[in-house]
Design a binder for this molecule. Structure first.
Ligand SMILES: Nc1ncnc2c1ncn2[C@@H]1O[C@H](COP(=O)(O)OP(=O)(O)OC[C@H]2O[C@@H]([n+]3cccc(C(=O)O)c3)[C@H](O)[C@@H]2O)[C@@H](O)[C@H]1O
Ligand SMILES: Nc1ncnc2c1ncn2[C@@H]1O[C@H](COP(=O)(O)OP(=O)(O)OP(=O)(O)O)[C@@H](O)[C@H]1O
Ligand SMILES: [Mg+2]
Length: 257
């Protein structure tokens, strides 16, 4: 993996948040490391009065204690908003078959609506928590947790987020947790992605950033080329999630310039 100057990277993120989000921010706090790291960096940049944390469980007591550990150790204002009644109302009103992934996407999009309701009414910015590993593999809900105004971690791989989390004092318990989207019981990122973040990041770095041929990556990492192809498939299949909606262009149809 690339070797980053972490102290300089932390300073750069803090500066970025200061520049982009001076009115204050709203962040969804799950109890996981990405949102914890984002919140810690936001407090460094803006001070605790300008950071509002929203804890939005669907399942009973879902990681609420870990999320509170984050907000209370930072001393930021927070609200707990249970989204079960909202998500269930969607499900009951739709009269379509929703498998667990589709229902999970409704949870992620419901959280997005709640974050923007607060940003709108308080004149604040929504800080997203996506990292580069998720972004490149499409491991997020389009317009759900993938939607935000600024995403300070989006150019950092998950393994780099862990390094930064440790350095800025995110509680060890949170750093050591298995990453999960928490959309259904027993879900883990690495289980659903079919690869560990450690190997995923090693492959993504070579495939996307260094544009190395697949066989060379497999040789260098001593893995079957199928592992690299698996990651390539995730990247290619999620291209649509990394851009705004497209339409046909009409430049060649202009009759009078
Ligand atoms: N070629 C194409 N061009 C343009 N749009 C295309 C498309 N193919 C699908 N689409 C659209 O994209 C939709 C599918 O994308 P999407 O709705 O996101 O749904 P999808 O990618 O199927 O599911 C989201 C994935 O992200 C994971 N997730 C979600 C939330 C949080 C986290 C986390 O880590 O915390 C992880 C979740 O577990 C699941 O694996 C399709 O229904 C369609 O509307
Ligand atoms: N229960 C929740 N309450 C508030 N926000 C949530 C909740 N679940 C998910 N989110 C939001 O969705 C984001 C995406 O979830 P994701 O699981 O990728 O990140 P994380 O939980 O912070 O870290 P990890 O990936 O290690 O679990 C979270 O960072 C958070 O902003
Ligand atoms: Mg999580």
């Amino acid at each position: 993996m690339r070797a980053l100057n972490y102290n300089a990277a932390i300073d750069r993120i803090v500066q970025f948040i200061k520049e982009k989000a001076s009115p204050g921010v709203v962040i969804g706090i799950s109890g996981g490391v990405d949102s914890a790291t984002t919140a810690y960096l936001a407090v460094k940049a803006l001070g605790k009065e300008k950071v509002l944390g929203l804890i939005m469980p669907y399942y009973e007591n879902q990681d609420v204690e870990d999320a509170k550990l984050v907000t209370e150790s930072l001393g930021i204002e927070y609200k707990i908003i249970n989204i079960k009644s909202i998500v269930d109302a969607f499900q009951n009103s739709l009269n379509i078959d929703l498998d667990r992934k589709s229902l999970g996407n409704i949870m992620a999009r419901t959280r997005m609506i709640i974050l923007y309701a607060h940003a709108n009414s308080l004149g604040r910015i929504v800080l997203g928590t996506s990292n580069r590993s998720e972004f490149l593999t499409g491991y997020f809900t389009k317009w759900g947790d993938g939607a935000s105004d600024y995403a300070p971690l989006i150019n950092l791989y998950k393994t780099e987020v862990w390094q930064i989390a440790k350095r800025i004092g995110v509680p060890e318990r949170i750093v050591k947790k298995k990453p999960t989207a928490g959309l259904w019981e027993g879900q883990t990122d690495e289980g659903e992605l079919g690869i560990s973040y450690k190997l995923l990041d090693e492959i993504l770095w070579r495939l996307v950033d260094l544009k190395m041929p697949k066989e060379e990556i497999a040789n260098e990492l001593s893995i079957p080329v199928e592992r690299v192809e698996h990651v390539e498939k995730l990247v290619k299949g999620s291209e649509h999630k990394r851009r705004l909606p497209q339409g046909p262009s009409f430049e060649d149809l202009i009759l009078e310039p």
